[in-house]
Design a protein around this ligand. Structure first.
Ligand SMILES: C[S@@+](CC[C@H](N)C(=O)[O-])C[C@H]1O[C@@H](n2cnc3c(N)ncnc32)[C@H](O)[C@@H]1O
Length: 453
């Protein structure tokens, strides 16, 4: 890059003033350009890429040059939470899936899951952390370090981990422990950091248009739009339905086996519309795991609550929102805001369309929810009528279900040997079509036997 190109920072003018820019070394300027280019490239191909710290609005102005390790952690930059995660295609997961463990609670949550408890409990991906210089002595609680030696937060979690706000605590700890600071050969003063929970790490909204966080209002699009619940006294029968905001209704879901769901019957819901908070009773882990209606709410790194909407008398309409089975279907994102769970529309929701949020892969799996493993754009469920055409093929031996019979048969072949042999004998399965390719994401269940290939 020529020096005039280097000095022309029009592309990065949003993020630096002239003084800051001129104080940067050539390599640092190049690096910021690369970071921005990579971030955009990842977004362009549909990957979840947290907005690099220097590109976030509201970053504090600095009086010294930016640290070139900013992408990992820059002490003088305030850290902002990573972008909320969206539906993650099951095909992006490793082919082999751990057997189901009944005690797991999904953090219905992407980690914010909007992280769910392996039964719909998840951690908030909208978590940001700051650190302050101090000595660090790791202590253990819930299997994780109280004062992790490495930085958590954005940019360091695998984008393939399940959670939009639904990351599991174990995953977080793993990330802390496995984090290694990049080597920097340049002179710099070294300090050791103890992690300090940024007190307002769930005080951010996210603008779907700018792909950026904001606190009170987005610079370009203003304050967040909220649709409020209809007030209803706590404890009255059917309270959850009474709280439905105007324009929404509860009726049989377009997903064949899902029970009730929430539909838009008012005007088209614009992108960036907020609902919530999710209402329910604070409960313990055991009950949350059993419920099917709980979210995990992070209070700080080590403490969390479980909010359970099982009782219709003590919850709101959000308990009826079902889980999207694929990217196309998802029109709501769950995230943690000020200690509660909000849903935000991530695409326009037409009249007649069902509201569908992503619970987090693990939680959904624990609930036996069907994913579209062989998602075909041509037959995508764009509306309720189409989605109700889905044929569900359920495994007689476990909870897993598929939208393709051949995938169900492959699952039976893999996990339920006796049933497989029986179906073969009865002529209900034809062995020749059941080769399992390494690219196929066939679920293992806890009744898994020998793998027959
Ligand atoms: C939070 S509740 C949603 C409301 C629920 N449908 C009802 O009638 O009360 C979660 C439960 O709905 C069902 N569910 C949600 N999404 C589903 C999906 N995509 N496929 C199948 N069942 C689903 C599961 O039984 C799950 O335990």
């Amino acid at each position: 890059m020529s020096s005039s190109e280097e000095d022309d920072f029009a592309d990065l003018r949003r993020y630096f003033n002239e003084t800051e820019w001129s104080s940067l070394a050539k390599a640092e300027k190049k690096r910021y350009r690369n970071v921005r280019r990579n971030h955009r490239a990842m977004l362009a191909i549909g990957l979840n890429s947290p907005v690099p710290a220097f590109m976030r609005k509201g970053r504090p102005q600095v009086s010294e040059p930016y640290n070139s390790e900013e992408d990992e952690w820059t002490p003088h930059l305030k850290r902002f939470p990573p972008a909320p995660r969206r539906f993650q295609s099951p095909t992006s997961r490793p082919a082999r899936i751990p057997a189901r463990r009944p005690a797991r609670i999904p953090a219905r949550i992407p980690a914010r899951i909007p992280a769910r408890i392996p039964a719909r409990i998840t951690a908030s991906s909208q978590r940001g952390l700051t650190r302050r210089p101090t000595a660090s002595t790791p202590t253990e609680q819930e299997g994780g370090p109280a004062t992790p030696t490495g930085p958590p937060g954005e940019g360091h979690h695998s984008p393939l981990k399940p959670t939009a706000s639904g990351r599991r605590l174990e995953t977080q700890n793993l990330d802390y422990n496995s984090y290694h600071r990049g080597q920097n050969l340049r002179d710099r003063s070294r300090v050791s950091y103890t992690e300090e929970e940024e007190p307002k790490d769930d005080h951010y909204f996210f603008c779907e248009d700018c792909n950026d966080f904001f606190i009170e209002e987005c610079e370009l699009h203003g304050p967040p739009v909220f649709v409020h619940d209809t007030p209803a006294p706590l404890g009255v029968p059917d309270r959850a339905k009474l709280t439905l905001p105007p324009g929404l209704e509860v009726r049989t879901s377009g997903i064949a086996v899902a029970g009730l769901g929430v539909f838009n019957h008012g005007n088209t819901v614009a992108v960036g519309t907020h609902y919530g908070p999710y209402e329910g009773e604070t409960t313990d882990r055991e009950q949350a795991v059993e419920s099917g209606y709980s979210w995990l709410i992070y209070k700080d790194r080590l403490l969390h609550d479980y909010i359970d909407a099982k009782r219709e008398t003590h919850s709101n309409w959000m308990r009826y929102v079902n889980c999207a089975r694929n990217d196309e279907e998802q029109n709501l994102v769950a995230f943690q805001y000020k200690g509660g769970i909000l849903y935000r529309s991530c695409k326009p929701i037409s009249v007649g369309e069902e509201l569908l949020v992503w619970y987090g892969e693990e939680y959904a799996r624990d609930l036996g929810i069907v994913f579209d493993y062989i998602w075909d754009k041509k037959s995508s469920a764009k509306d309720v009528n189409e989605s109700s055409k889905f044929q569900i093929y359920s495994c007689p031996g476990c909870l897993f279900s598929y939208t393709s019979q051949i995938y169900l048969h492959k699952h039976i072949k893999r996990c339920h040997q006796e049933e497989y042999v029986r179906l073969l004998g009865a002529g209900e399965i034809r062995a020749e079509s059941l080769e399992i390719s390494s690219r196929e994401d066939i679920l293992f269940c806890d009744q898994q036997r020998a793998v027959i290939t």
